[in-house]
Design a protein around this ligand. Structure first.
Ligand SMILES: O=C(O)c1ccccc1NCC(=O)[C@H](O)[C@H](O)COP(=O)(O)O
Length: 205
C-alpha cells in the first residue's frame, strides 16, 4: 500500500488530523519557508505523534551541527535534505536520510544514483523556497531514474485529484504533499483526510 507523508505541519490540530486519517509520515520544515517551524514547538508536536508515524525534518543546505542539534532535540526518524547537499556531506552526517531532487530534466533524475540514502524524493523545482511550490513535474522522467521504486517518494503539486494518477504512473513507496492539503496557505484537516483517502482507497492490494 502506498504510504503518505504530510509535510509542512505547524499546528497541533493538523498533526492530529494527519495521524487520525492514517498518515504514515509527517514533515516539519526547518528551512527558510513560510512553513518553517521552531525546534521547541516541533519537539512538542512530535512528542504527541505515535511511534509508527515517521517524523521527518526538512533541511536546506543546513550547517551539520545545527542539523544534528535539531535531530537530537526533536524525535525525528529521518532527515530530508532539500538543498544542494552532496553525497559526501550526507554520508558524513550519518543520519537516516531522504534526499530530495528538483526535477526539470532527465539529468536531474539521473543525479539521484550518486547518492546512498534511504529514500529518494523527486519534487518539482521550488519557486519562493526550495520546496512546497505546489507545482507538478513530468513524472515520465522517472522512467530513467535507476532507483528502486520501493525507495522512491513523489512530491510536487499533489492533491486528492491527481494522487491516484501519480501512484498509477510512478508506483512509488510514498506520496508527499504540502500545498495540496492547504486552504489559503494553511493546512486544512478535511483536505488532509481527502488526500489520504485518495491514496489509500484506490483499490490496490
Ligand atoms: O514546504 C516547504 O515550504 C519547503 C520549503 C523548503 C524546502 C522544502 C519544503 N518542503 C518539502 C516537502 O517535502 C514538500 O512536501 C514538497 O516540496 C511538495 O510540496 P507541494 O508541491 O507544496 O505539495
Amino acid at each position: 500500500m502506498t504510504k503518505v507523508k504530510i509535510c509542512g505541519l505547524m499546528e497541533a490540530e493538523h498533526v492530529r488530523a494527519a495521524v487520525d486519517a492514517g498518515a504514515d509520515a509527517i514533515g516539519f520544515v526547518f528551512a527558510p519557508s513560510r512553513r518553517r517551524i521552531d525546534m521547541k514547538w516541533a519537539a512538542e508536536l512530535a512528542a504527541r505523534v505515535p511511534e509508527h508515524v515517521m517524523k521527518v525534518g526538512v533541511f536546506v543546505n543546513a550547517d551539520a551541527s545545527e542539523l544534528k542539534t535539531v535531530y537530537r532535540n526533536v524525535p525525528l526518524d529521518y532527515v530530508q535534505y532539500h538543498g544542494d547537499e552532496t553525497p559526501e556531506q550526507i554520508r558524513e552526517i550519518g543520519l537516516p536520510s531522504i534526499k530530495a531532487f528538483s526535477v526539470r530534466t532527465a539529468e536531474d533524475v539521473r543525479r539521484a544514483a550518486q547518492y546512498d540514502v534511504d529514500y529518494y524524493l523527486f519534487d518539482a523545482p521550488g519557486t519562493d523556497f526550495r520546496g512546497g511550490s505546489g507545482n507538478v513535474f513530468d513524472w515520465s522522467l522517472l522512467a530513467d531514474a535507476g532507483i528502486p521504486r520501493e525507495r522512491t517518494i513523489i512530491a510536487g503539486g499533489l492533491n486528492a485529484g491527481n494522487a491516484a494518477d501519480a501512484v498509477r504512473q510512478t508506483t512509488p513507496f510514498a506520496l508527499d504533499v504540502s500545498s495540496g492539503v492547504e486552504l489559503e496557505k494553511r493546512k486544512d484537516p478535511e483536505l488532509i483526510r481527502r488526500f489520504i483517502r485518495a491514496v489509500k482507497e484506490r483499490g490496490e492490494a
